[in-house]
Design a protein around this ligand. Structure first.
Ligand SMILES: O=C(O)c1cc2cc(O)c(O)cc2[nH]1
Length: 106
């Protein structure tokens, strides 16, 4: 069950629609079936680089596919996606990838 938790200061007119689209993009990007993908999206106050301009934080938890080449590829895809769908410039977000190991997940 790969999880993607997105926090952004950009208002979303329809957060459910956004999550459903992001779920498909996450499945495709991470190469895991959408039936296991878990998405959360929160809109909240956020600063980045000392300004209130559009920004995001994203944490992705996934098992077995987070080597450095793959993370660079996923980052490029997600940064482009967030720029296109949220209007966030490509230097105004962080993505944290976490592979806790299967024995640490329930
Ligand atoms: O990538 C997986 O298969 C995966 C990620 C993930 C995250 C999580 O919080 C779970 O409880 C299970 C799990 N499986």
């Amino acid at each position: 069950m790969p999880t993607l938790d997105l926090k952004t200061n950009v208002s979303l007119p329809d957060v459910n629609k956004y999550m459903l689209e992001l779920s498909k993009t996450a499945a495709e990007t991470l190469g895991k079936p959408e039936k296991y993908i878990n998405i959360t999206v929160s809109t909240q106050p956020m600063t980045f680089q000392g300004t209130l301009d559009p920004a995001f934080q994203c944490t992705i938890i996934s098992l077995g596919n987070l080597d450095s080449n793959s993370c660079a590829r996923y980052s490029k895809t997600f940064f482009e996606y967030f720029e296109r769908t949220l209007g966030v410039k490509d230097d105004r977000g962080y993505i944290t990838f976490v592979d806790p190991g299967r024995s640490n997940l329930g």
